[in-house]
Ligand binder design. Structure first.
Ligand SMILES: [Zn+2]
Length: 554
């Protein structure tokens, strides 16, 4: 027997909030799709309507620092006026019954989503909500930044997290921090394994879907294993409007950093599969994505599950290449394949292997390293024709494309003087033997802007938007730490998460618009005042008077 829950003291709902929640829920189309499947309990009248339940969940999530607890939803419903409840189709309300009703409808809803009878799942549910909070005119760029964040299970771990075994597929693409192991005085108590799931992975808690994963360090705790989920988010980022592929990149206008794609998966799940399908599905549904900025955790996935399907869907990737993705790889054609990029075979040896700046390097150090990459970018092959039906692309050599000039290649001497003049080896005759066709299989690590250049770094900087979202979800907006959810299982958590992400998006759009309005209103900054002009140095009789004569106030 559970102790009675206190469902009083909820925050009253204003008319404006209720309208907003209601509109958002209606825009999501969730009610229409799920309603027919929730009428299974024939006989007992359902006093809590689906609309009422969804709106109350959304209202709870509107508040900063809310918790995704069903008891809060019950409190919100209890604190509404009879009129407000009636407007949501809730008749004959008994406050003492509110929690059991909320829980019953929630469980039923989750069953419908889990069974798939309605043709939709929990991820659809959460994505619909998150998307409904984004007005059409706020979704304007075609770039998304992707990252994952850890979400611990509410289920208790018996033993210490440091002893859990990383048994997921993501382990292969995990960059485990190589910091010193944490010293403990007593040996760690081995985490108890409760069962092995149908996926063959260990279950450490009563949460049937929570698995072991690795998370990176934050300010408050070291890197290490944990048990729970990984939340993958795609966040709108600015477009690359223009780039010279060397040292300059112009980003498009600022855009609100809203969450466009979300997927909560058991920790340790293959990262590519957790995100790639969602991105491609979003593109098919009309979100014109053509550029994804992400970290090595994704780009390290086998290309068959990440780079190739994305490229096929016309989505390019921008990422920080890590050690084993770097360097020269064998290439069948008349080109060099270095750091995933095609270069002229005449590229000087000194530009083959270039070191990246160390972690935490200063701006100055970065520029010193990038100078070499920028120099090398002049030797890149330039795409001449986009992918055909087989994904084959056609490339021109840098001399033919006008990026470089050489006396050995007479035709280049007629091109722009701005292209650097380079020396080619004595035995070289001409620059290439024509346009090169390349199969997509060889370009899995290719990036639109050559890796390591200053232009690339500006583009890669767009990753910051998803880091901001992660940190907002871990403190400033809500705290997705253990205890945020008090339900177990991927479906239940995903359903509740949907309302939180929708509320976050709404907040983002609102503050983006407020900032824009402020910028528009702010007076134009006056040009810097010139000093030392005649007005400054020539003393007029009036000024003399002002200096010598005390003013009226004395
Ligand atoms: Zn050529």
């Amino acid at each position: 027997m559970r102790p009675p829950l206190d469902t009083s003291g909820g925050r009253p709902t204003s008319g404006a909030e209720l309208n907003l929640a209601r509109q958002l829920v209606e825009r999501s189309g969730i009610s229409c799709v799920l309603e027919p499947f929730l009428h299974a309990d024939v006989g007992r009248p359902r006093q809590l309507s689906l609309l009422g339940f969804l709106a109350a969940c959304q209202l709870n999530a509107f508040h900063r620092h809310h918790q995704a607890h069903l008891v809060e939803v019950a409190r919100t419903l209890n604190a509404m006026s009879d009129e407000q409840r009636l407007g949501l189709g809730i008749t004959s309300w008994d406050p003492a019954e509110s929690y059991p009703r909320v829980e019953r409808l929630f469980v039923r809803l989750c069953q419908v989503l889990e069974s798939g009878v309605a043709g939709v799942d929990a991820q659809w549910f959460a994505t619909q909500l998150a998307r409904s909070a984004i007005p059409n005119d706020a979704l304007v760029s075609s770039a998304v930044a992707v990252d994952g964040t850890d979400v611990e299970t509410w289920g208790a771990l018996h033993g210490e997290a440091v002893t859990v075994e990383l048994d997921g597929e993501a382990t292969e693409t995990q960059l485990l921090g190589n910091g010193p192991p944490r010293r403990t005085k007593t040996p760690a108590r081995r985490a108890k394994v409760l069962a092995v799931g149908s996926d063959g992975r260990k279950q450490y808690t009563v949460d049937p879907d929570a698995r072991a994963g690795h998370r990176s360090a934050t300010n408050s705790r070291p890197a290490g294993p944990y048990v729970g989920y990984e939340l993958h988010l795609g966040v709108q980022a600015r477009d690359v409007r223009w780039t010279n592929h060397i040292d300059r990149t112009t980003l498009g206008p600022e855009v609100p950093g809203v969450i466009t794609t979300c997927n909560l998966v058991p920790a340790g799940t293959h990262r590519g599969r957790a995100v790639v399908d969602s991105l491609i599905a979003a593109k098919r549904a009309g979100h014109q994505i053509d550029d994804v900025v992400w970290d090595p955790g994704y780009s390290l996935c086998k290309p068959g599950s990440a780079a190739y399907p994305l490229a096929q869907a016309g989505i390019a990737q921008t990422f920080q290449a890590v050690t084993h993705q770097r360097g020269s790889r064998p290439f069948s054609g008349e080109a060099l394949l270095i750091d995933g990029q095609l270069f002229s075979p005449h590229l000087p040896q000194t530009l083959h292997d270039l070191p990246v700046p160390p972690r935490g390097a200063s701006e100055e150090e970065k520029l010193i390293h990038e100078a070499k990459f920028n120099q090398r970018a002049r030797w890149r092959l330039v795409r001449h024709a986009g992918p055909d039906a087989d994904g084959v692309t056609r490339w021109r050599c840098p001399f033919c494309a006008g990026l470089l000039r050489s006396r050995k290649v007479p035709k280049t001497m007629r091109s722009s003087r701005r292209a650097p003049l380079v020396e080619l080896a004595d035995n070289v005759n001409g620059c290439c033997s024509g346009v090169l066709s390349v199969a997509p299989a060889e370009l899995d690590l290719s990036q639109r802007i050559p890796f390591g250049t200053t232009a690339w770094r500006i583009s890669m900087g767009r990753r910051q938007v998803v880091e901001s979202v992660n940190s907002a979800l871990k403190g400033a907006f809500v705290d997705l730490a253990r205890g945020f959810f008090r339900v177990l299982g991927q479906v239940k958590m995903t359903v509740l998460l949907g309302f939180t992400l929708a509320a976050y998006n709404l907040d983002r759009v609102r503050s983006f618009r407020a900032k824009q309005a402020q910028d528009n209103e702010a007076p134009r900054r006056r040009a810097k005042r010139r000093r030392g002009t005649w007005a400054d140095v020539v003393t007029t009789p009036n000024q003399v008077a002002a200096l010598n004569v005390p003013g009226p106030s004395g």
